[in-house]
Design a binder for this molecule. Sequence first.
Ligand code: SAM
Length: 250
Amino acid sequence: MDAIANNVNVGPRRPSQYRDKSNLEIPNYLRDTYNWAYLNPRNVALLDHELIVSVILWGQHRRLQRAAFSELAPGLSVLQPAAVYGDFSPALARHLGPRGHLDVTDIAPVQVANCRKKLEAFPHATVQHADARSLHSNADATIAPDLYDAVCCYFLLHELPIDCKHEVVDALLANIVPGGRVVFVDYHKPHWAHPLKPVTSVIFDSLEPFAKDLWHNDVASYASEPSRFSWRTDLYFGGLFQKVVAERPR
Ligand SMILES: C[S@@+](CC[C@H](N)C(=O)[O-])C[C@H]1O[C@@H](n2cnc3c(N)ncnc32)[C@H](O)[C@@H]1O
């Protein structure tokens, strides 16, 4: 972490790379599978609480958040490619500090508006409407050539169909500076004797149809050119969760 912290431009941050794009369509997977969780404004208000995230993550949320933040030194410029319920984004903005910079993006306008409210107190943080699958390659995107020191992708991958997993992983890897890193925190196949494996399996089969991809595939396998990065994985809570860090060589 010191290496990354010592080799990036800290200090006043540049403007954010992305511009709100009102013409973005909500993808089918989000509308069909997660409408109740992320698009229905009444449910957004009901679900956006730290306690809810902690319960969904079997009490491991704070530990996993700490694991993610331990990869992100204060002062870095960080992209968070999708909103997270609870205090995750304010905590990340606080962790990065005023010499750092946080850009949160989300494809759902209701999530953008909601996250903006949560980050009002942090002038070094922005929230923008963008698709994590095409942060770099959108034909109509207004994208500066700047890259991020790091990306923090927290529990987004398991909600994406497999082709979207490939697109998002490639897009995130394309957004970091040499020496930078992408941090993925998400589900992983638990040990066969894990007491929560059967109930997690039922929840995935009924509510999270794309999550089990992560039980059978390494995150690195979604990258088109995984060998261009160095990869390391830490498992948590009997293997039910993983942190995968992809580092771009200098
Ligand atoms: C990060 S994931 C799940 C986070 C976690 N389960 C929580 O407690 O919030 C949820 C977010 O991803 C967003 N999302 C889904 N697909 C996206 C995409 N292609 N680009 C940007 N955001 C996306 C959804 O709109 C939603 O706000």
